[in-house]
Design a protein around this ligand. Structure first.
Ligand code: SF4
Length: 284
């Protein structure tokens, strides 16, 4: 079997940074809380829970834990938390550790600036994702054509922006539709450079070397947006593509020793998992 691991797999800079913040505090005797999934990967979150971190499930849970542990440590996700949540924690006197990725933070600051300057912001993102949820009071979140149909903006100042882990594919279909409705809307798009690089690596490999018999494994959690975007990108070129998050999930795929397997990953996939998968494949 030939196994080709693409460059830039495993944790990205922002995910690694958030995990490092947690590692720094894991031995602290105070109660430790995660304000939602630190990153979109179950393996990572499960490990943190096993190490004594507790997950805040919702707003009521946050209020309850702040009351019970006013000296607790509350850690934000890599994709941000709302100003309201920040204020709640600070006002309660607890410690807030904001691990929001700098790429997300920069985009968020831009969004707030546009908003404060009177713009309506049409934001291409995924409903329920932490990044959009953290700024929902500033944006009109759209995910598909029907969301565009429902927009009722009457403002000469409109700007189209996005969640940082979307792909160019998402914009290609939606932006012309937004422009049909609002021809004057500006575009100020920001795809995370680390996510974009992985999408480009995949396309480059498909264009240069890929044959229709080759198989692709996208390693990552189904909850991770950038993992799904990589999967969709490859699916556009071949059906021999599988999204997996463990060696167990590879076993039913009936891979053979004659196969050529390409491996790429989402940005919240542990590097150790890629190694385990590679090791398993090389034994087939
Ligand atoms: S994918 Fe990009 S935006 Fe998200 S955490 Fe990683 S570096 Fe930050």
């Amino acid at each position: 079997m030939k196994v080709i691991v693409l460059p830039d797999v495993g944790f990205c800079y922002g995910v690694k940074r958030s995990i490092d913040f947690c590692k720094e505090h894991k031995d602290n005797k105070k109660a430790l809380f995660l304000l939602g999934m630190l990153v979109h990967n179950d393996l990572v979150n499960r490990t943190l829970l096993q190490n004594g971190f507790q997950m805040i499930e919702n707003e009521n849970d946050l209020l309850y834990q702040l009351k019970k542990h006013p000296d607790g440590i509350f850690i934000s996700t890599a994709h941000g938390i709302s100003e309201k949540t920040k204020k709640r924690i600070i006002d309660a006197g607890a410690k807030l550790i904001d691990t929001t990725c700098p790429v997300v933070n920069e985009n968020r600051q831009k969004i707030i600036r546009y908003y404060q300057n009177g713009y309506d912001i049409i934001y291409i993102g995924k409903k329920g994702h932490a990044e959009g949820e953290a700024i929902k009071e500033y944006i009109h979140l759209i995910e598909n054509d029907s969301d565009i149909n429902q927009l009722l903006i009457q403002n000469p100042n409109i700007v189209i922006m996005n969640q940082t882990t979307m792909s160019e594919m998402d914009f290609k279909s939606l932006i012309p539709l937004i422009h049909q409705k609002y021809p004057w809307a500006l575009e100020d798009l920001c795809i995370c450079p680390f996510t974009l690089k992985r999408q480009k690596n995949v396309l480059e490999e498909i264009n240069l070397h890929h044959s229709c018999h080759d198989k692709w494994l996208v390693v990552g959690d189904i909850k991770s947006n950038n993992t799904n975007k990589l999967f969709e990108l490859i699916k556009d070129h071949t059906n021999n593509c599988y999204l997996v998050n463990s060696v167990l999930e590879i076993m039913p795929l009936k891979l053979s020793s004659d196969d050529t397997i390409y491996i790429c990953s989402g940005t919240s996939t542990p590097n150790q998992l890629i190694e385990e998968i590679k090791e398993y494949l090389l034994k087939i």
